[in-house]
Ligand binder design. Structure first.
Ligand code: KIV
Length: 272
């Protein structure tokens, strides 16, 4: 029998639910969204976390990097997504240069939370001092290591990180430092699956991977990549779920949820 839950019956997830899922070995499902309609659709499909990523600079605004995205853009899109979702945990990105100092970071994180409705703010890079400062203010922070799109001008191109032993050791140490500084969740982007598995095992906080193999506690993809409706080429670590599900967006999202929960996605072909 189908049960239609009223809004009052839907309990919003908190970071504690994600930690409990890690402990229970249940996979965490996450997708990006940038507006209320997609947010509502993902929420109804049972997505555990929605990330308002600064990837919106590329897939919504049409830029060739995430660098032009402003804090005002992030607050606007986070508020749109917040209005569409009922249950999913809402994570929002702190964009390029929004964390240059701890004061900057605190002011900008507060805007994402107070005006945007974010429950967790995501901060790119190994910045344990900022994570600690925000955590001490009661802010839930998501770290982001591996490929750092906001550092594209230093990196030169988007490519896998942590292939060399020394780089892998560095990422392991950075992950440990972020957890110690108070991060409540960590995103690992584009690193070898074995490295991601080792980091996931060694941390108590949930680890969500993108191009980081099947052994992370959960998976995230950019929504437009997994629907293959972006302007650019779909990254190799993503999959065209729209085609796999026969052309229905609802079915594509539901298939993603099922495949992540059953560890059917990602496969080796989507990893490094
Ligand atoms: O901006 C974004 O969408 C992200 C994901 C790629 C993790 O940070």
């Amino acid at each position: 029998m189908t049960h239609y839950l009223t809004d009052a019956a839907v309990k919003p997830l908190s970071i504690l639910d994600l930690v409990a899922m890690k402990k229970a070995g249940e996979k965490i499902t996450c997708l990006t969204a940038y507006d209320a309609s997609f947010s509502s659709m993902l929420d109804k499909a049972g997505i555990d976390a929605i990330l308002v990523g600064d990837s919106l600079g590329m897939v919504v605004q049409g830029h060739d990097s995430t660098l032009p995205v402003s804090l005002t853009d992030m607050v606007y899109h986070t508020a749109c997504v917040a209005r569409g979702r009922r249950r999913s945990l809402l994570i929002a990105d702190l964009p390029f240069m929004s964390c240059a100092t701890t004061e900057h970071a605190a002011r900008n994180a507060a805007r994402l939370i107070q005006e945007g409705g974010a429950q967790v703010v995501k901060l790119e890079g190994a910045r344990p001092e900022i994570v600690e400062f925000l955590s001490n203010q009661g802010i839930a922070v998501c770290g982001h290591l591996g490929l750092l799109p906001q550092s594209i001008n230093q990196l030169g191109r988007y490519r896998v990180q942590g292939r060399e032993h020394a780089d892998a050791e560095k990422i392991i140490e950075q992950a440990r430092q972020l957890e110690q500084a108070g991060a409540v969740v960590l995103v690992l982007e584009c690193i070898p699956a074995r490295l991601a598995a080792e980091i996931t095992r060694s941390l108590h906080i949930p680890v969500i991977g993108i191009g980081a193999g099947v052994d992370c506690d959960g998976q995230v993809l950019v929504l437009y990549d997994m629907l293959d409706i972006g302007m650019g080429k779909r990254p190799v670590f993503s999959k065209n779920f729209l085609r796999a599900a026969g052309g229905s967006i609802d079915a594509a999202v539901e298939q993603y949820v099922t495949e992540v929960r059953q560890s059917l996605f990602p496969t080796e072909e989507h990893g490094f």
